[in-house]
Write a protein that binds this ligand. Structure first.
Ligand SMILES: *Cc1c(COP(=O)(O)O)cnc(C)c1O
Length: 399
């Protein structure tokens, strides 16, 4: 029997299409009961659920203070504001544009740096060499939930007297040197939207060991009102509603289980795809654990025989959704390219990664069988690479 990929006329392996990700939706009966309680209490924002969610997060995260906010982007803005910084902020370009948006909205200038080809996180050496007299902060990212080199970045920040904030949007479920994230640098900011591991529908969490930053963020999410309407500073509205907190709380109760499951699925992907030439996986440091917000694979065209985009196209025919995160990288996006002062070749690793990384389906509700089947599809696409390239070449000629 032929084992041709679907794009070449073969039979599908997957019984039904697999989306890139699916949110872990909290168990409805419990949530509905909680929603009823919130409604009958009349306190639909700033009530007991928010307090309890923050307390439970405090118990889970390794941080002294936890402030839940309306989104990670808003949390980043409030944290940057709380740090009272000016001038330049160093951040990676291999991230989601929201990281940079928080910097620009805060009236700060983003300075993009290159990343490490193995971990996909900001390269500490690149961070250090980007420091100027104008630099006030580093905004690092735990890319796809792979913990950034926190200690090294802290040393750089301390050495140059800079603030250090982490975009921990992907950080729920990650472990850095065996511990949950949350107390790195001056603040770490998490996201609770449905594509992340902890789902509150919408929302973010600012974690910090610094009581002043926590107080300032807490006040900032309330227009800068410390309670007596005598605005302490120009704040914003960044509250998390009771409904979101209730969802988040329910999701938090399965976070560790989901993180473990994703790590098992990632391990299975690595095991199944590890023998194929030209595929490389994001390297997680010994002692750390990724959250595997996505399972990212770097495709070396020369060794694999197909480009990332050719593989993605063939996977689409198999019913497998994939995504080329982050392509283009932030410094090549329409609005952000103007912050790049040194021409087009300044971030070679980022540019290369953005051309070759593909994110394969990953979610807390996926099964081992799905990973096995997806891997099998990658295998047969690779096995038929020559025929596939001819096929695509003819298609291009015919077009
Ligand atoms: C999702 C995401 C954000 C934004 O999160 P919101 O809660 O939607 O504001 C920020 N940074 C990164 C890296 C993200 O992936």
């Amino acid at each position: 029997m032929s084992n041709k990929p679907v794009i070449l006329g073969g039979e599908p392996i997957l019984p039904k299409p697999v989306p890139l990700t699916r949110p872990h939706v909290p168990r409805s009966a419990l949530v509905v009961r909680e929603f009823r309680r919130i409604l009958s209490s009349g306190l639909i924002t700033e009530g007991s659920c928010l307090k309890e969610f923050e307390e439970r997060l405090y118990g889970y995260l390794g941080a002294e203070h936890v402030v839940a906010v309306s989104s990670c982007t808003k949390g980043l803005m409030l944290a940057l504001n709380a740090l009272n910084i000016t001038g330049e902020v160093i951040l990676p370009s291999f991230t989601f544009s929201a990281t940079a948006a928080a910097v620009v909205w805060s009236g700060l200038r983003p300075v993009f740096v290159d990343c490490d080809p193995e971990t996909f996180n900001a390269d500490p050496a690149a961070v250090e060499s980007a420091v100027t007299d104008e630099t006030s902060a580093i905004l690092a990212v735990h890319v796809f939930g792979n913990p950034a080199p926190v200690t090294e970045l802290e040393q750089i920040a301390t050495g140059h007297d800079l603030k250090l904030v982490f975009d921990a949007a992907h950080g729920f479920g990650s472990l850095y040197e065996g511990e949950t994230l949350g107390s790195g640098g001056d603040a770490e900011v998490f996201s609770c939207i449905p594509t992340k591991l902890l789902v509150a529908a919408e929302g973010g969490v600012v974690a910090t060991d610094n009581p002043q930053i926590a107080e300032r963020v807490r006040t900032a999410r309330e227009y800068g009102n410390p309670g007596n309407y005598d605005a302490w500073f120009a704040g914003s509205d960044g509250r998390m509603s009771e409904f979101h907190a209730a969802l988040g709380m329910e999701s938090l109760s399965s976070l560790e289980r989901n993180a473990k499951k994703r790590n098992r699925l990632a391990g299975l992907y690595r095991e199944r795809l590890g023998d194929l030439p030209g595929l490389r996986f994001q390297k997680v440091a010994a002692g750390s654990r990724g959250s595997f917000k996505y399972f990212a694979v770097a495709v070396d065209f020369r060794e694999f025989g197909l480009t990332r985009d050719e593989l993605a196209l063939a996977l689409t025919y198999e019913g497998i959704e994939s995504r080329a995160y982050y392509d283009p990288p932030v410094h090549r996006l329409r609005d952000y390219s103007r912050y790049c002062a040194h021409g087009s070749d300044e971030l070679p690793v980022t540019d290369k990664l953005s051309r070759c990384v593909i994110c394969l389906p990953m979610s807390s509700v996926m099964t081992r069988a799905m990973v096995e089947n997806i891997s099998e599809c990658v295998y047969r696409i690779h096995a038929y690479q020559h025929e596939l390239r001819r096929h695509l070449c003819f298609q291009r000629l015919a077009a």
